[in-house]
Design a protein around this ligand. Sequence first.
Ligand code: PEP
Ligand code: MN
Length: 364
Amino acid sequence: MIVNMKDGASEQQIEHIIERVREAGYQAHVTRGTERTIIAAVGSGGRRHELEALQAAPGVDTVVPIAQPFKLVSRQTRPQGTVVTVGDVRLGGHKVVIIAGPCSVESREQMLATAHAVKASGATMLRGGAYKPRTSPYDFQGLGVEALEILREAREQTGLPVVTEVMGSEDVDLISEHADMLQVGARNMQNFNLLRRLARCNRPILLKRGPSATVKEWLLAAEYLLSGGNSDVVLCERGIKTFETELRNTMDLAAIALAKELSHLPVIADPSHGTGRRSLIAPVSRAAIALGADGIIVEVHPCPERALSDGAQSLDLDGFEAMMRCLSDPMRPTASPERSPGKYAPRSAAAPAAGSYNLHGFSF
Ligand code: PEP
Ligand code: MN
């Protein structure tokens, strides 16, 4: 149930309701808006009629049921929307956040070159996988701790906060020391033990939608995090499995708008995994931003043909720069960089020039 307090309800009246909610056998989750305070009563086994009776308590406007099974995630509990802060980046605020970087951290050189280049093109956060969930056990599994140290250096050099995936509860503490935000990958969306552990960590979480998960299941996975104590959660649509075979996944764009309608959490789009095709990243990003996504997470590699994972869906450094220029005008997808110079500066001279990287023994 939700107890909507009246505009101008006193602190004493709010405290009284919180106490009564607890007495009735529920947890009280309080959202203090600029004008109104909302108290969500959640949990099982409480005495519902005692909550309904709070309608008569001083300072209460309405007492209404929460319509959805995801209670704390529901927009009913926080109509104004949540802003999640990662370092000095705000997800869910007025600005679209662009997170960029390689699928996997492969070497110091590869990660730092990518980090400087994407920053110069306008990215506001970095990504890079240290622990990789790979379909085959014979594929590159990530550099682990070494990658975490490289990510930390990339953050120190660029000032951009870093997000990286956590695959198991045993890695949470270590990854939290190195990264600013922890990603729950699509395959782990319903790893409830991991979610419960992450609910108790002091880092924001990027929760990807499972490849076969409904929007309701996705939001219930987020509910594990919020109900366990971590309300800094960002949702990420990354494509789902359908009968379509031309694309790696089917990017469910409407789910972005739906998730934003149903929930107060920020929602971002991952057009790299959502399509599996480099050529579709810019148009799908524009579409996602046009329908309300709070950000984009994109895979970028200095030399995609040599990438150890997800090369086919990775933009190269120039491709990312070109995409950034097009993004400044999401409603006009035909705008070319020439016709629409956009707000992003070209890569600066500080970024290493093409031809100067050495990756896996190859110069380019
Ligand atoms: C990734 O971000 O590289 C990744 C493995 O994502 P997903 O869990 O969406 O497949
Ligand atoms: Mn990837």
